[in-house]
Design a protein around this ligand. Structure first.
Ligand code: ATP
Ligand code: MG
Length: 561
């Protein structure tokens, strides 16, 4: 009894250790730096989201839930050149699908352009910002290097009045693109180059996907982002490591703009995966070059591609959880993602027969024209999924590799004279085969033992079990098998910087034979095809009654957790 109580107490104490961001948040709450927690996911609408973004989404959303706070979903649409409405739509769908419930907290950074302009004017009035006439190259040359300090611009000491007038003129379209910028007045000798009077506004006569032609000046990311966070009362602005050196500027902006309860930035390491392509730039190139069939090609790891391939939100959530959060860059094995989807589908999916490379098997002693129905369990590991009736008749399809006219050593499947079990059906003995003019086997012949119905026999054993699909009722369907799109072992990139593509990343099997119970399967339905892995109905290329199946993952892996 006493022992039992102890066990329970220990189990309760065995709390999962906190990651460094949780520790920072808890410290902030304990010290009263913040009274609530509010996080955000701020994508730029310039491409589709990928598995790395899923980490950021689930991390930010998870923290808001953990601390009873709020989660904002905000498009960081301050750079009109690359942004598209198509991306706004796909990103929104992906965030929802992943389960990050932002409720009505959807925002657009472009909605704060007035506020950002106001902040810039405020800084000018404080003597903390100035209009500069130097060209982009001159600004670069004046900036100095890591070892040398920068030089002040000759326009740095313009009066507040002159700056206010010129900034207003910038806004009113008086100047050409690139002719003037607004810069923060910080310190040209700062050891941190980001603090050497960074540009905070530029002139750009561009049409914005939301604000149209209202603006011809646009704020720079490092100025806009902290203001977006502050306006939304974000407490913890979580971003990736490349922004670590920008943090002093982030802090400068929220301080000098005098926001109350300013947000703080915390950086974590990006998620990288082996054998896949995550950079937006590379994915875009694959799409544009027609190497993949769009941003959702199942070989990619965009969220849309993972969804199309058959991954589930819970498998991705589990994967991100296993990855953890850290401060140092590392690459996670793609096999871990596969492990997560296998675990997720193992008990949920029906196990069905699908013959990927079919040849006919004729049971010569089975009555012609007769069909019987055999009861087959839907998932032996999960009786809750019930059973179904599967048709069986004289003509079946089997995998071509399940027959060998001249068997190799330790081959236990069909060969002349050998008896095997047809899965869930009967024992059959192979009697021979037919071949075409080229010598390819087209039909295998066998006889069955009616006393072995269900695949059971008390008097003798067989070493091989072969799966089959009833030929007259088989659903003929296209099945697609995938391999990694890049060849990691030889290096992801070639010497010229292009991707080292795997020529075998897609195999299309046009005429597979699948049991008829799948004929009404609809997009995103997934199944275990016995022996071959987990498959999902493709959402793009399937037609009613004519599904196309994507292999999500094969059944086995050496990956262990
Ligand atoms: P890419 O590197 O693919 O071009 P990005 O960082 O430019 O992506 P954003 O739309 O700016 O894309 O990213 C939105 C958020 O997602 C940012 O907070 C960013 O830090 C985060 N993020 C991007 N890539 C990863 C990644 N690989 N792992 C974790 N978070 C990421
Ligand atoms: Mg970015």
């Amino acid at each position: 009894m006493a022992e039992n109580i102890n066990t329970t107490a220990n189990e309760e104490e065995a709390v999962v250790s906190k990651n460094f961001i949780e520790m920072e948040i808890e410290k902030d709450l304990a010290e009263g730096n913040y009274t609530h927690v509010q996080t955000r996911f701020p994508p730029e609408p310039n491409g589709y989201l990928h598995i790395g973004h899923a980490k950021s989404i689930l991390l930010n959303y998870g923290l808001s839930q953990e601390y009873g706070g709020k989660f904002n979903f905000r498009f960081d649409d301050t750079n009109p050149t690359k942004e598209k409405t198509e991306f706004v739509e796909s990103i929104t769908a992906d965030v929802k699908w992943l389960g990050a419930d932002f409720e009505d907290r959807l925002f657009f950074a472009s909605d704060y352009f007035d506020k950002m302009y106001e902040c810039a004017v405020f800084l000018i009035k404080k003597g903390k910002a100035y209009v500069d006439d130097l060209s982009a190259e001159e600004i670069r040359a004046y900036r100095g290097t890591l070892t040398e300090p920068g030089k002040n611009s000759p326009y740095r000491d313009r009066s507040v009045e002159e700056n206010l007038q010129m900034f207003e003129d910038m806004k009113n379209g008086k100047y050409e693109d690139g002719s003037k910028v607004l810069r923060a007045k910080i310190d040209m000798a700062s050891p941190n180059i980001n603090m050497r009077d960074p540009v905070i506004y530029r002139v750009a006569h561009m049409t914005h996907h939301r604000t149209g032609d209202k603006w011809c000046i646009y704020p720079m990311y490092d100025f806009a982002h902290p203001i977006e966070d502050a306006v939304e009362h974000i407490t913890h602005s979580i971003c990736t490591l490349e922004f670590e050196d920008h943090r002093p500027l982030y802090d400068w902006v929220v301080r000098e703009c005098e926001f109350s309860e300013p947000p703080r930035q915390i950086e974590f390491a990006k998620l990288y995966l082996t054998n896949v392509v995550t950079g937006k730039r590379y994915i875009k190139k694959l799409v544009e070059d027609g190497i993949v069939d769009g941003w959702d090609d199942p070989r990619l790891v965009t969220i849309a591609a993972l969804r199309r391939r058959g991954f589930t939100p819970s498998s991705i959530q589990k994967f991100i959880e296993l990855c953890g959060v850290s401060k140092s860059d590392s690459s996670v094995d793609y096999a871990m993602l596969e492990y997560c989807i296998r675990e997720d589908l193992k008990l949920k999916n029906k196990r069905v027969s699908a013959i990927l490379n079919p040849i006919r098997l004729i049971i010569d002693n089975y009555p012609e024209g007769e069909t019987e129905y055999l009861e087959v369990s839907n998932n032996q590991e999960n009786p809750e999924l019930g059973s179904r009736m599967v048709p069986f008749s004289r003509e079946l399809f089997i995998e071509s590799e399940d027959f060998m006219e001249e068997p190799v050593k330790k081959y236990f499947r069909l060969f002349p004279g050998n008896e095997v079990r047809l899965m869930n059906a009967y024992f059959v003995t192979c009697t021979g085969c037919e071949k075409d003019a080229d010598g390819n086997v087209t039909v295998v012949h066998a006889t069955y033992d009616p006393a072995t119905r269900g695949g059971n026999c008390d008097t003798r054993k067989v070493k091989g079990t072969v799966q089959w699909v009833n030929a007259p009722t088989a659903l003929r369907a296209e099945v697609r098998l995938y391999e990694n799109i890049v060849d990691e072992e030889k290096g992801k990139l070639n010497e010229d910087g292009t991707l080292n593509l795997n020529p075998h990343s897609l195999t299309v099997l046009k005429d597979c034979a699948i049991e008829p119970s799948l004929k009404d399967a609809v997009a995103f339905d997934s199944f275990q095809f016995v022996r071959n892995g987990y498959f999902c109905v493709d959402c793009k290329d399937s037609e009613p009654g004519k599904p196309v199946f994507n292999r999500i993952v094969s059944l086995k892996s050496s990956f262990k957790i």
